[in-house]
Design a protein around this ligand. Sequence first.
Ligand code: 3VV
Length: 151
Amino acid sequence: MKKPIQDLYPENLAHCYGCGKNNTQGHQLKTYLEGEETISRFTPDLKYTAIPGSVYGGLIASLLDCHGTASAAAFACVAEGISLEQAQIPVRCVTGNLNVNFKAMTPQGKELVIMGKLKHIEGRKITVEMTLSADNVVCATGEILAIKLRE
Ligand SMILES: CCCCCCCC/C=C\CCCCCCCC(=O)SCCNC(=O)CCNC(=O)[C@H](O)C(C)(C)COP(=O)(O)OP(=O)(O)OC[C@H]1O[C@@H](n2cnc3c(N)ncnc32)[C@H](O)[C@@H]1OP(=O)(O)O
């Protein structure tokens, strides 16, 4: 079965609060490359409330952040001919810049679907466009500039 991108990060770089598999207190977001796009799914619990019934924007930014860095790592691997069908990838990205547009209230109690696609790669800079949807309605869009860490 295909592994999530976050499970391919080197062990010592897998403690991120949003997506590190080695952070037992974190969100442990999982992102998959499907064709030319990336996808993550996450259902927030009620502690992430903005006003009753809606999801806190900080969590949405956090999901877009970690979806974005994982997507950037996957797109960089594809561009460099590095297989994702292995135990580990030698690529890890961090966030340089993250923009979030909150388009509509994000409802509680729904699975959120985050999608990403590559905008461009220039050297170690990878730009990814993202949407976050609930029930097929786009509630937020985002764009991340992720920087590939030096080896
Ligand atoms: C998390 C700490 C990161 C430190 C790394 C330690 C080891 C990694 C450990 C664990 C990884 C897991 C982390 C989880 C990730 C989850 C997502 C997050 O929440 S990330 C947290 C928030 N983000 C930061 O804290 C980044 C802080 N910034 C930096 O550490 C550096 O600025 C870094 C690594 C991003 C780049 O530093 P350079 O020395 O490697 O490279 P230069 O030459 O400065 O930048 C490369 C290119 O990127 C542009 N660039 C860099 N930062 C930019 C920015 N903020 N906006 C626009 N462009 C930027 C530069 O202008 C340059 O462009 P040109 O090649 O000249 O065209």
